[in-house]
Write a protein that binds this ligand. Structure first.
Ligand SMILES: Cc1cc2nc3c(=O)[nH]c(=O)nc-3n(C[C@H](O)[C@H](O)[C@H](O)COP(=O)(O)O)c2cc1C
Length: 322
């Protein structure tokens, strides 16, 4: 699933009707349900998970809760539907949520978070992700955030949606806590530097699709937009075109590279092959893995192996953009 652009989960807003509206504007923006507490499904409205239609994919089911068993049970039920991902809410600061010990309050209990995630992963067949804050209250975000993320990624969680400010669990309303304290995008950039293998999607105060580029945050995998998506949904009208153009570009890169390697097989003079490989360096300008690909291109002795590795990298781009 391409997570370049997603609409943040919002209680009372991102229901099936709003998601239908967005699908008329963009087919590829990732959509989230409102947060649903696991107990609300198990002991309340059992049909809650059915409240979506297939036109809404790609769609992420956001769960709240802190009981690993119950989260696991709900995740198992969710397999019957076509959700593409389950996301655990670790970012909601509301007093009702905190007093229930879930949402952002859970960030203070990484061991319990791990148990919850392991249980969800054990029961759900597709991707499992988290939505987090930079920390809570007086936490030192430099250390605690990295420790927290490190602990969570140990259960093989690879996708993190990060609301770029702390959760204040005492003294602010959730509404105030969406403006205070100030956003800290720099901390999210640093998080990606420290955990380059993780897919990190940034959230908070974003109003434009070219946010990553404009803020020198292109190392991140995507943006998540909440309130602006609700007040100005037409900003998503350009998403499909952007992603399709990217797909065509990535597809061609795979094809061109593959054709070049086929062509080299017809050349007997190794020096000519070497020259051909050097000519290919410019193809990967701007590609995330350009450095690695260029090193592989210089390895003429093991050309077959390099070909395989380079094509695997390019294939991943195609899958990611699909
Ligand atoms: C009305 C409203 C309801 C929200 N409900 C949820 C929720 O159910 N789950 C969640 O993780 N975040 C929830 N949030 C937080 C948003 O997902 C997002 O993190 C926050 O609004 C910051 O992004 P923005 O500045 O783009 O709006 C809610 C926000 C709003 C405004």
């Amino acid at each position: 699933m391409d997570r370049s652009y997603s609409i943040a989960p919002m209680m009372g807003r991102t229901d099936s009707q709003f998601r239908y509206l967005i699908r008329l504007i963009s087919k590829k923006t990732v959509l989230f349900t409102e947060m649903i507490h696991s107990n609300a499904i198990l002991y309340g409205n059992k049909n809650k998970l059915e409240e979506y239609s297939n036109i809404e994919n790609p769609i992420v089911l956001q769960l709240g809760g802190n009981d690993p068993k119950n989260l696991g049970k709900v995740s198992k039920i969710a397999n019957k539907f076509n959700y593409d991902e389950i996301n655990l809410n670790l970012g909601c600061p509301s007093p009702r949520v905190s007093s229930g010990g879930f949402g952002a309050a859970l960030m203070n209990d990484p061991e319990l978070v791990k148990d919850c995630l392991l249980s969800i992963k054990e029961n759900f067949n597709k991707e499992v992700s988290v939505k987090i804050r930079l920390g809570t209250d007086d936490n030192d975000i430099d250390k605690t955030l990295d420790d927290f993320v490190d602990s969570i990624q140990s259960c093989n969680i690879k996708v993190f949606y990060v609301h770029a400010r702390k959760a204040i669990l005492k003294g602010l309303t959730p509404k105030q806590n969406r403006e205070i304290p100030p956003l800290n995008y720099e901390r999210v950039r640093k998080l990606k530097e420290d955990f380059s293998d993780l897919e990190i999607i940034i959230n908070g105060g974003i109003k434009q699709l070219d946010f990553l580029k404009k803020n020198d945050l292109s190392s991140l995998e995507g943006i998540m937009i909440g309130r602006e998506a609700y007040s100005n949904p037409l900003i998503f009208s350009k998403v499909d075109k952007i992603l399709e153009a990217r797909l065509i570009k990535d597809n061609s890169l795979y094809d061109i590279t593959s054709e070049m390697f086929n062509y080299f097989e017809t050349i007997k003079n190794i020096n000519l092959v070497r020259r051909g490989l050097i000519h290919m360096h410019g193809l990967f300008n701007g590609h995330k893995e350009a450095k690695k690909i260029r090193i592989l291109l210089s390895n003429i002795i093991y050309l077959e192996k390099s070909k395989y590795e380079i094509l695997s990298i390019l294939e991943k781009d195609i899958i990611r953009a699909a």
